[in-house]
Ligand binder design. Structure first.
Ligand code: GLN
Ligand code: ZN
Length: 758
């Protein structure tokens, strides 16, 4: 009998109940009791859903008020000593307030750092380890959530992030992380003993870092840590996900655990070899339902994959989603506006539970026991495979007709630079901004009213034109050299284009937690992407008509469109990226035909698309660069292409960034005081660069001196003739007042430096 279980359930709530409870608590509009009540009712609801779906185990301790890694930091007593003043547990301040201080900072201490969870868009709070870190188990909250679950269900399986991944994903300041391994693992042993005493049969222990390139020191760390677990304890299910982990097979099979979970959505080919490699008493949990995407599972395909191994594994076969459902929306139930045909192709969290149950029934009681369910699934798969809404012959034909000639600009950069200089006539150190200007309450209200149908298209267009006019006037007054229209019409840089492209669909409640109370609602790419009509030409032309200075056309690049959407699983990501690239290419061409001389194609998400395993980087970077070039290369020599990237480590992908061959790249560099630029210098980055001279996250107005200092550092690595001056990123979260002051200073820095250089 195969058993079904989950690695984790989304915690934000079908209607983002947790988000709203958190934010109201932070605004002091509700009490800590209110918050805990919401949290408890969410947990209960999640467990009931798992019971109702007939899962063999109910997963507990996957919930968190903010972030599960932060919870582990507290569980093992690893909170940084710089927060020691916080009265954890004292009456004057609720324990929640102390907890949120770590995540969000307080008047005295900045928040702990946050970073992306592997290759997802979920951000975790990075454990901050120092030589004074002293782990000590503080399991009260953990155990009380376990109790809660055990009251409700028999087979409760708590989840833990494993000690080695915890350390690996942490940041150590004045110490070697691995020196903390023993003291940390000891706390795990204490916890496992407590769980044993509570009659927990299985503990799920996540070690996601098996998806990464691990060196010997880290493999040794696994050996050493897990040796601690040769004690009396619950059985351990070691979970891996997001990659093929076969290269560690021989090693993992010697660890003292009782089973392994594999991601068979990302890497179905690893199943057979693993069945043969594991000890005969291990369970094998197979992740056959996609925990990262929103498509209905092809149940026949999943069953066929498992078929050869079912008898042999028997009781030891567990069924699961590929990873925690944290990365999918909760339920399709409230998607009342979604097109019925497309909706039938989708499965969110709750629908995935049902799928698991169907697979378990088919394996345990024969396919006839779920004949009806299987035929519905089959029909949905067939309809998606053949739908004329998904497949457009002309899009596919255009892709297959692509020639390398389409990918390159007419002339090399050195030639283009001369042509563009003649057309644009810009001064040395041209000043510009990254695209968005303050999204004032006015701007938002107008967009919201239009969306709700409260104002007419004419009124909306007039509103937008007045915001654009204001932005252009201000920039002219400030004396900026290259202007932007300000992006008032865009709520989000991906959604805006998604809504105008064929092949995209939008959900009402398809929210996924990004961090804390922050959620994103990625659009869904369901079909071949193309651009039915121009998307930004009217706006760009209007903005340009207001000024004699160049106003940049502003587009989102193909890789960022891809990264920040739910993508098709019926074709490689590369194929979707190329389709997006062609759609953007069409827009670039129309913009230049309309007389727009500078076009910016933003690619802030290029870096985050990098595969977890470095062996796969070359291939990814090749098609990502190709997609960008395809979108840009239609530009004539005298059309200047800009790109923009931010908040990532670029130094290890500089050759790829250079290969994109944008005429100008603007990057965020002020946070690292231009350190990021050093890499561009060392690599001899060939084209123009605009290093960000000020941080856009704070309302603080940067001083002339500070920005001048930044530029002087920039001169050390890049010749002045190739430098631009701009902020780190878009200004949409700022107010106008501080923005004007900041940009005024920035323009003055440019003037001062030009005089000096002349
Ligand atoms: N053009 C966008 C803006 O200015 C870029 C945003 C980003 O880099 N994420 O808002
Ligand atoms: Zn940016």
């Amino acid at each position: 009998m195969a058993k079904a279980h989950l690695l984790g359930y989304p915690r934000i709530g079908a209607k983002r109940e947790l988000k709203f409870a958190l934010e109201s608590f932070w605004r002091k509009e509700s009490s800590s009791d209110d918050l805990q009540k919401t949290a408890k009712s969410l947990r209960t609801n999640h467990w009931q859903k798992q019971q109702n779906a007939g899962l063999a185990y109910i997963t507990s301790n996957d919930f968190s008020l903010y972030d599960h890694v932060l919870d582990h930091t507290l569980l093992f007593g690893g909170q940084p000593k710089r927060f020691a003043k916080l009265p954890f547990g004292e009456k004057s301040i609720s324990p929640e307030n102390a907890y949120f201080s770590l995540a969000r900072g307080n008047l005295e201490q900045p928040a702990m750092e946050m970073t992306k969870w592997l290759d997802t868009n979920y951000h975790y709070i990075v454990p901050e380890l120092n030589s004074d870190t002293q782990f000590s188990l503080n399991a009260q909250d953990f155990l009380s959530q376990l109790d809660e679950a055990q009251k409700l269900a028999k087979n409760v399986k708590p989840v833990l992030l494993g000690p080695v991944s915890f350390l690996y994903l942490s940041k150590a300041r004045d110490i070697n992380k691995l020196d903390l391994l023993d003291s940390l693992t000891q706390q795990y042993v204490y916890l496992l003993q407590e769980l044993h005493a509570k009659k927990v049969e299985w503990v799920q222990i996540d070690e996601p870092i098996f998806a990464l390139d691990l060196d010997d020191a880290w493999l040794k760390a696994f050996e050493r840590a897990y040796a601690w677990f040769r004690t009396s304890r619950p059985k351990l299910l070691l979970t891996t996900y997001f990659a093929n982990v076969s290269r560690y097979q021989g090693f993992i099979a010697t660890l003292p655990v009782d089973g392994i979970h594999l991601d068979l959505v990302r890497a179905p080919e690893q199943l057979g070899p693993w069945v043969n490699a594991i000890p005969s008493y291990w369970v094998l949990s197979v992740g056959v339902v996609d925990g990262r995407n929103i498509w209905r599972t092809d149940l026949d395909k999943a069953l066929a994959l498992l078929e050869p191994w079912v008898q042999r594994l028997d009781e030891r076969l567990w069924l699961a989603p590929s990873c925690s459902l944290l990365h999918t929306p909760v339920t399709l139930e409230h998607e009342v506006k979604l097109d019925a045909e497309i909706k039938a192709w989708l499965a969110f969290g709750d629908e995935k539970l049902v799928e698991l149950n169907i697979i378990a029934m088919a394996l345990n009681h024969g396919v006839d026991s779920v004949a009806n369910e299987l035929s519905i699934s089959r029909a949905a798969v067939a309809s998606r495979n053949h739908s004329a809404r998904v497949h457009h012959a002309d899009v596919k034909a255009r892709i297959s007709a692509l020639d390398i000639v389409n990918e390159n600009r007419e002339s090399p950069f050195s030639v283009r630079k001369i042509t563009q200089r003649a057309r644009l006539n810009l001064p040395l150190l041209p000043t510009t901004t990254i695209g968005s200007f303050p999204q004032t309450p006015d701007v938002r209200a107008s967009r919201a009213a239009f969306k709700k149908g409260e104002i007419s298209q004419t009124k909306y267009d007039a509103d937008m034109e007045s915001h654009i006019t204001y932005a252009i006037r201000e920039q002219e007054d400030l004396g900026l050299d290259v202007l932007v229209h300000g992006e008032a019409e865009r709520n989000d840089m991906v959604e805006y284009f998604g809504e105008k492209l064929a092949g995209y669909v939008f959900t009402q409640n398809g929210w996924v937690q990004s961090y804390g109370s922050r959620c994103v609602k990625p659009p869904v790419i369901y079909g071949d992407v193309y651009r039915p009509q121009p998307m930004t030409v009217e706006t760009a032309s209007f903005a340009q008509s207001l000024s004699t200075r160049p106003v940049k056309g502003m587009l989102t690049g193909p890789i960022t469109m891809l990264q920040w959407s739910f993508v098709r699983d019926d074709q490689p990501r590369e194929a979707t990226a190329l389709q997006l690239a062609l759609a953007i290419r069409d827009e670039v061409d129309d913009l230049q035909k309309a007389g727009i001389a500078i076009i910016q194609i933003d690619e802030p998400a290029l870096r985050e698309g990098l595969p977890l395993q470095s062996a796969a980087w070359v291939n990814y970077l090749a098609w990502a660069v190709r997609a960008f070039k395809l979108s840009a290369s239609v530009a004539k020599d005298d059309t200047q292409i800009h790109t923009h990237m931010c908040y990532a480590e670029f130094n290890d992908i500089l050759p790829a960034i250079a290969a994109m061959d944008a005429d100008v790249i603007t990057i965020e560099t002020s946070r690292s005081a231009m350190e990021l630029l050093d890499g561009f210098g060392k690599f001899s980055y060939p084209n123009d660069i605009g290093p960000g001279v000020y941080d856009i996250h704070s309302p603080r107005v940067p001083t002339i001196e500070a920005m001048e200092k930044m530029m002087k550092r920039a001169f050390e690595v890049i010749p002045a003739e190739r430098l631009w001056i701009n902020p780190d990123c878009g200004l949409k979260t700022r107010g106008w007042e501080e923005t004007k002051l900041a940009l005024q200073n920035m323009v003055n820095v440019a003037k001062k430096l030009r005089e000096k250089l002349a």
